[in-house]
Write a protein that binds this ligand. Structure first.
Ligand code: 9MR
Ligand code: 9MR
Ligand code: ZN
Length: 550
């Protein structure tokens, strides 16, 4: 009381979203100190109190081992910058309340893809000129023995997958689908947010220019028969070097036995190219046609090869596997996107004959992810807007999506940190599982817009931005305290202390260990590739949700 607030120290025991909150949403802080009955919210510029709120009863959280006391300050709706203060404990980080509070974060998260570009000089200027590297991986790629071909092929461009420099078609599937959908669903919201790309084009939205960088590379990975190779990587992961110093041969890798291409990669490719065809149509008809032709050639290959898996890496290849035992969801997604784009009976029949294999069509216990594309298939069918859709199928997907969203919200509300993860869901990339659940709530809003869906999705965003057991934002350069040492080669190899901007790290990964509690199993050290790597498929649902929040 006598202590001037400016002398009150920041406390890690009061956890808020370090970015902020939307005016209309519910607003919580999580307190792990057991002293203090109320929290005062103060204006960050004047240090004047604007409200006092009770600190709730302690809830024990099995995922973290924390005892958590919530503060509900939803009543504060006036835009501004604030912090919370609890006598005897300290103060929280500063956060904002504003309608567009996530606009700069959308921009930085989407711009992170510029920093993943392969085959071109990269600079994060004008925002972050200190992050840059020289064009990498420019040599022609060699056909690895597993690809069924010999010789070399031009295969320049695309995005580095993650903290490594591999380029993997399967992981491009969900990544590109999610980013293209961000544009399709939220174009009016992101219209005004330019990305200041070196190759920004007048009249073309920047997000589409960035996405095209990776799409152009994907197109180089299709064989003449329509099938698509699995990946382009070196034989082994390089050390912690800059991309330009990675001189090992770039290899086009296949399954090792005929037909060498596989169904998951080809299905993902077909779906992505089908979406791209409709999205780019307004801007470049020729490119749109080219994407559609590629997608349809991929479909012909799928029809002949519906279940070719990429199991384990072929002999001599030790980079990321992205092996997936179930090929059916990728094919269903390809059919759904091709139907949505073309309206052709062939694709429609395939979808209707197969979608019922998933019951429910959308399940609140499972988020989409790189090996799980069924949700994408269902959503795109139900949102297609085509006149000849099967009303029964649309209604089933609509009802299941709402039920799934209700289940997710229920788990959020029952969880001390307000996220839907069950205790056993802290596996590799758990932060993206959270973001993908948030995306499911945002898509459910297209079917029925309940306030709890927005609140629940934003709760998950707040978790990612520091309202968690580490009081740390999992996205680089976002929030007051953020992950500093991602397993990201350019961040580790360059001379800049801070990591490259806008990257979400994988997050807690219990990997079958029983202690510490699962959500505590994250380490902000560069060596921890199982918890602290970054990846293009993890940033994508974050971009989607941030765009949707605008
Ligand atoms: O650095 C690699 C990272 O990019 C991958 O995601 C990860 C999993 O495939 O593997 C990392 O490489 C490690 C390798 O698998 C095992 N030896 C240690 C390597 C990390 O330095
Ligand atoms: O995201 C992938 C995760 O689901 C897997 O469990 C893990 C191990 O196979 O691989 C992750 O993907 C990595 C990929 O294999 C190589 N590039 C980095 C990816 C993120 O760590
Ligand atoms: Zn490269």
């Amino acid at each position: 009381m006598i202590l001037a607030s400016s002398l009150m120290l920041q406390s890690d025991q009061i956890r808020v979203c370090q970015v902020g909150y939307l005016p209309q949403e519910t607003k919580f802080a999580m307190v792990v100190a057991m002293t203090g009955q109320s929290a005062v919210i103060k204006d960050a510029r004047t240090d004047k109190a604007v409200g006092t709120f009770p600190v709730g009863f302690a809830v024990s959280d099995p995922s973290t081992g924390d005892l958590v006391r919530p503060v509900d300050f939803s009543a504060v709706k006036t835009p501004g910058a604030y912090y919370l203060e609890i006598e005897g404990v300290g103060k929280s980080y500063t956060f904002r309340i504003a309608k567009d509070v996530f606009a700069p974060v959308y921009r930085i998260a989407m711009r992170s893809y510029l920093g993943q570009r392969c085959g071109v000089d990269v600079s994060m200027a004008p925002d972050f000129p200190e992050y840059n590297y020289k064009a990498c991986h420019l040599a022609d790629a060699e056909f690895h023995a597993s690809s069924g071909k010999t010789g070399t092929r031009k295969c320049v461009g695309g995005w580095h997958d993650a903290g490594d420099f591999g380029r993997y078609i399967v992981n491009c599937g969900i990544t590109m689908g999610t980013l293209l959908w961000t544009y399709e669903l939220y174009e009016p919201k992101i219209r005004g947010i330019g990305l200041a790309l070196p190759d920004s084009k007048k009249g073309v939205p920047d997000i589409l220019t960035e996405i095209k960088w990776n799409l152009d590379w994907m197109l180089t990975m299709q064989d003449d028969d329509g099938g698509v190779w699995h990946k382009a990587t070196t034989a082994n992961f390089p050390g912690f070097i800059l991309p330009v110093d990675d001189k090992a041969p770039m290899l086009i890798v296949g399954t090792g036995t005929a037909p060498y291409k596989n169904t998951t990669a080809t299905g993902d490719f077909a779906a992505v190219c089908a979406i791209a065809s409709r999205v780019y149509r307004r801007f470049d008809r020729g490119y749109s046609d080219k994407c559609l032709a590629s997608a349809e050639r991929a479909w012909s290959w799928l029809a002949q090869n519906p279940s070719v898996r990429y199991g384990r890496n072929p002999q001599g290849i030790n980079t990321g596997g992205y092996g997936d035992s179930n090929t059916a969801d990728e094919v269903l997604w390809a059919a759904a996107e091709l139907y949505r784009t073309t309206g052709k009976k062939l694709y429609h029949d395939y979808f209707l004959a197969n979608y019922k294999k998933w019951t429910p069509t959308v399940d609140g216990a499972k988020a989409q992810g790189w090996p799980e594309l069924a949700n994408m298939a269902m959503y795109t069918y139900a949102l297609s807007g085509r006149k000849d859709v099967d009303p029964k199928a649309v209604e089933a997907i609509r009802a299941d999506s709402i039920k799934a969203a209700d289940d997710i919200v229920e788990r959020v509300q029952g969880n001390a940190y307000r996220i839907p993860l069950k205790v056993d869901e802290y596996y590799w990339g758990s932060n993206a599982v959270v973001a993908n659940y948030a995306m499911m709530l945002f898509i459910a809003r297209k079917f029925q817009d309940k306030p709890s869906y927005l609140n629940g999705a934003m709760d998950m965003v707040h978790y990612l931005f520091g309202r968690n057991t580490f009081n740390t934002s999992y996205v680089t350069h976002v929030g007051s305290k953020y992950a500093m040492n991602p397993h990201h080669r350019p961040s580790a190899a360059d001379k800049v202390t801070k990591p490259w901007p806008g990257l979400i790290v994988g997050g807690p990964n219990a990997d079958r260990r029983t202690s510490p509690p699962p959500a505590r199993q994250w380490q902000d050290v560069a060596a921890s590739y199982t918890t602290n790597e970054t990846a293009i498929n993890w940033n994508a649902p974050l971009v989607f949700v941030l765009a949707g929040s605008l």
